[in-house]
Design a protein around this ligand. Structure first.
Ligand code: G
Ligand code: G
Ligand code: MN
Ligand code: NA
Length: 250
């Protein structure tokens, strides 16, 4: 049986779940939100990595159904939290440019009663090149209803700088490949500094991905990076592992 065939039945068979990864303030370590990452527990293969099944879902169009499932589950979950933390959901090119995507987001926020400013969507640059006009139109409408828009994996795509100007981003996520090389590689450190300067100049907050060590965090603090995400603060895990963070009075 093919991955695509099995993925088709994964929602109905209850094989999908969401992992949540904390996003924290660099200065204080305080958690202000989570990124949501899809997990697939296949009955025979076990955990299938998203790097394997997401591209298959995108090529087959299944990402539309999977993406709707992720968005609904994430908004429903976040709406139950005592603390008004944000949730960042990855959105593929096909979703962003599909008919009715903005209406779907509006309906989901309405049904779950999640305030729009608590939802952030993460878009990679490859999502923009597919159909830039449609992507821009969707992003402008989402921004108008108060949804935040983050550029994901910044630095790994192409024509990043013109995209920052042409599309209404609210945040830049520096790709983890730069963060993880920051101490071994002066070029990576220079690139991280430059992206932080770019963020300051454009008035866009920057979040560093893949922060694993206290040294990396210290570097980011010294360079003025406000927010970080990575194993240092927590691995992607079921929300039950983060109950103290989502409850009041922590
Ligand atoms: O932990 P990690 O292996 O979860 O994720 C690998 C990649 O899969 C991430 O870089 C992310 O872009 C992608 N991914 C994870 N969950 C989702 C999702 O719900 N939707 C989309 N489009 N991509 C996802
Ligand atoms: O959407 P995006 O490409 O940003 O997905 C985040 C990916 O990065 C997920 O696969 C997640 O499991 C992974 N990740 C998150 N934090 C770390 C980290 O500190 N180190 C490493 N190696 N991977 C991480
Ligand atoms: Mn992401
Ligand atoms: Na991504």
């Amino acid at each position: 049986r093919s991955i695509e065939h099995d993925l088709r039945g994964a929602i109905a068979n209850n094989e999908l779940s969401l992992a949540y990864q904390p996003q924290a303030q660099v200065e204080t370590g305080e958690v202000n939100g989570f990124e949501v990452l899809l997990r697939w527990n296949h009955p025979a293969r076990g955990n299938v990595p998203p790097a394997l099944f997401i591209p298959i879902a995108e090529e087959s169009g299944l990402i539309l159904k999977l993406g709707e499932w992720v968005m609904r589950e994430a908004c429903r979950e976040a709406a139950t939290w005592m603390r008004p933390l944000t949730i960042a959901v990855n959105v593929s090119a096909l979703q962003l440019t599909s008919d009715g995507f903005v209406e779907f987001i509006e309906a989901t926020l309405g049904e779950t009663k999640l305030p729009s400013h608590r939802l952030e969507i993460e878009i990679t640059e490859t999502a923009l090149v597919r159909d830039p006009n449609r992507a821009l139109h969707s992003l402008q409408r989402l921004k108008a209803i108060g949804v935040n828009i983050a550029m994901d994996d910044f630095g790994t795509g192409y024509s990043s700088l013109s995209n920052l100007r042409a599309f209404p981003f609210d945040k830049i996520k520096i790709d983890r490949s730069f963060i993880q090389a920051v101490h071994a590689n002066p070029q990576a450190a220079a690139i991280v500094r430059a992206v932080l300067g770019l963020g300051r100049g454009l008035g866009l907050p920057v979040i560093a991905e893949g922060v694993e060590t206290a040294e990396e965090l210290r570097f980011l603090g010294l360079e003025g990076c406000a927010e970080a995400q990575g194993y240092l603060f927590g691995r992607p895990a079921p929300i039950k592992e983060f109950v103290p963070l989502i409850s009041a009075n922590v």
